[in-house]
Design a binder for this molecule. Structure first.
Ligand code: M6R
Length: 614
């Protein structure tokens, strides 16, 4: 979850590192710290709280200028987020500094061993043990890379580590197991980071590091080995977005920019995937049609918002592809005994491609010989490497912690997969698939139209800033939309927000309704007459009990007008595609309400963008 940056080159390392940390702050913002090597000496600075606290401290007391350094933004796991536990951590001699993302599971044993041997540990973190282990290993000779390899062989758990040592001032060493780390390739300079965003202003050429690899970074060279010291093959790639994509571009928050980018993100995710004959071309998935014809069950694994995309996918896959589909929270999946075999297609959805729970579910599925297809937004992340095939979403970098454009593009990806399955398996007539693809192609315009009409939603959100609770109801694909609306409000506004299947109302949740309670209801299109009419009855039931009803329905649906205290109209689209237009007002609503409460919507409390620990 933490953000890591390392630099070696000719520029002032501190500037490069702090600029990189600013781009990675979304990964964790409990504390921040830097280490710089200058004149053969190591200087560290660290502060609890957001990066601004560190920046102020560095202004007051600037470290000596050096061209090798590293920095860290923390999402606390071991020990409270204070100055003492902030990274970097140093050894007893103050010559080695380490930053870390992940959890070292055997740290208690290592720490006890180190203390018994006379090391003085000053923090509560698991990371500090690594600095002291490196101190011991450096005494055995071989330099920092060798020491790092030997230390990594002793560590259990998930980690990205980056270290510097006064013994070799033009060197930064990194290591990774189950946690992200990418190399940025510059001219006369090189970079290490948890995410390319940290160095995108300097280079768009990158290397993805594999599992259990150590990298030695010098101004003019990069060497990658495995933990045993054997040279490793590396894969270079070019990042297809530039620095402007990782900046706010005039918006107050990344979240606002990312909401506004959704029509473009949806269009980009469709781009090149619809052939001139109207058929889908998804060769890039690297899943032969014959294998897809042999699939007899689909299981979707994902967490959070990505899981909500999975819940919507279930309706699309069952309806279009005629395949049974289960959706599982990735963290629950491998702790039961899911029934999988070679004919099972597991679809793992993850924006970051680094969510540990999802990666572990993928590994479990592959051990059971299932085929695994990833849906991922981040090129060079771990998920695509671990899957049999991948379909990238083209949302561009999503920096705000709350997922918005990633969600809409995940929906597009699952619709494409469901329609492609229908196409290759012949479960729908060709003209039916063709017609739906045409409708899907119109969705960027429809999303754009929703965004143009959001002012009343913002006003409504501001008027509800004093409320303590908001409920969300939906049916069919509107149910996951209700869950997503509630999740957005929880994570941004820190309010009690709950999503329910409207049909469940009378089985319990209706007891929550009291005078003035805001309830958002997502109404299916009128074309789904039975579902539509049932939810209109639900609206009447809650209104009769005092609820303040906020109704999202398609344009022209006059049947809901008498029962809606507030009516939010969205363009009419087919039922299965409706989440693309009904989710947007809920994103805007949560963002505006949280802002009215004075919250930082890009960095909500206690959260980090990618959950890289279990
Ligand atoms: O990177 P992923 O898509 O795997 O992340 C999964 C969830 O952690 C993520 O969607 C989370 O729920 C969002 N912050 C919600 O807005």
């Amino acid at each position: 979850m933490c953000g890591i940056v390392g630099y070696v080159g000719a520029k002032p390392a501190l500037d490069v590192v702090v600029e990189g940390l600013a781009r990675l702050e979304y990964r964790g913002y409990d504390s921040a710290g830097v280490a710089v090597l200058a004149d053969g000496r190591l200087t560290t600075a660290k502060r609890a709280g957001k990066l601004v606290n560190l920046r102020n401290a560095l202004e007051e007391e600037p470290p000596p200028a050096g061209t090798t350094g590293m920095g860290h933004t923390r999402w606390a796991t071991h020990g409270p987020p204070n100055d003492r536990n902030a990274h970097p951590h140093t050894d007893c001699t103050g010559t080695v500094a380490v930053i870390h993302n992940g959890i070292i599971e055997n740290f208690a044993r290592l720490r006890a061993e180190l203390e018994e041997a006379g090391h003085k540990l000053r923090s509560d973190t698991d990371t500090e043990a690594v600095a002291h282990l490196l101190e011991d290993e450096l005494k055995r000779g071989g330099g920092l890379p060798d020491a790092m390899r030997r230390v990594c062989r002793r560590l259990e758990g998930a980690f990205t580590l980056v270290a510097v040592h006064t013994g070799d001032t033009d060197l930064v060493v990194g290591a990774r197991r189950n946690s992200p780390l990418v190399v940025g390739l510059g001219k006369g300079e090189n970079f290490l980071a948890s995410d390319v965003a940290a160095f995108i202003a300097h280079t768009r050429d990158a290397i993805e590091l594999g599992q259990d690899q150590v990298v030695e970074l010098r101004p003019n060279g990069v060497v990658v080995t495995d933990f045993a010291g054997r040279p490793a093959e590396v894969k270079e790639y070019h990042v297809d977005w530039d620095v402007s994509a990782a900046e706010k571009g005039g918006y107050d928050y990344f979240m606002l920019k990312e909401i506004a980018e959704q029509p473009r993100a949806v269009a980009d995710t469709l781009l090149g995937r619809i052939g001139t004959d109207g058929r889908l071309i998804l060769d890039e998935m690297r899943m032969p049609d014959q294998e897809l014809r042999e699939v007899d069950k689909v299981i979707i694994v994902a967490c959070g918002t990505a899981n909500h995309a999975g819940l919507i996918a279930k309706y699309a896959i069952e309806h279009w592809a005629g395949l049974p589909c289960e959706v599982e929270l990735a963290h629950e999946f491998r702790y039961r005994d899911p029934i999988l075999n070679r004919s099972t297609l597991v679809i793992a959805i993850s924006q970051s491609g680094e969510t540990m729970d999802t990666l572990m579910a993928v590994r479990h599925a592959r051990e059971q010989h299932a085929k695994v297809l990833g849906i991922c937004n981040v090129n060079g992340s771990t998920l695509p490497r671990e899957c049999d095939g991948v379909l990238y979403t083209h949302a561009g970098p999503e920096i705000a912690v709350a997922s918005t454009k990633a969600f809409l593009t995940q929906l597009v990806a699952v619709y494409l997969i469901a329609l492609y399955l229908a196409q290759v398996r012949g479960t729908k007539w060709g003209d039916e698939v063709f017609a739906m693809i045409q409708l899907l192609a119109q969705m960027p315009e429809k999303v754009d139209k929703v965004l143009e009409t959001m002012e009343p939603v913002r006003e409504l959100a501001r008027s509800l800033a004093g409320e303590r609770c908001v409920l969300f109801l939906g049916r069919h694909v509107g149910f996951p939309v209700a869950l997503e609306g509630a999740l957005k409000l929880k994570e941004l506004a820190y309010m009690h927000a709950e999503g329910f299947a409207a049909g469940e109302l009378k089985h319990g949740p209706i007891a929550l309704i009291e005078e003035g309670l805001p309830v958002v209801v997502v109404v299916p299109p009128r074309a789904r007459d039975v579902l539509h009419d049932k939810i209109v009855s639900n609206i009447q039931e809650i209104r009769a009990r005092g609820a303040r009803t906020i109704v999202i329905a398609e344009e022209g649906d006059t049947s809901v007008e008498p029962y809606a205290d507030t009516l939010i109209a969205v363009p009419a689209v087919p039922t299965l595609l409706q989440p693309l237009v009904t989710t947007v007002p809920l994103q805007v609503f949560a963002c505006e309400l949280a802002t009215a409460k004075g919250h930082d919507v890009d960095q909500p409390r206690n959260l980090a963008k990618s959950v890289t620990v279990e």
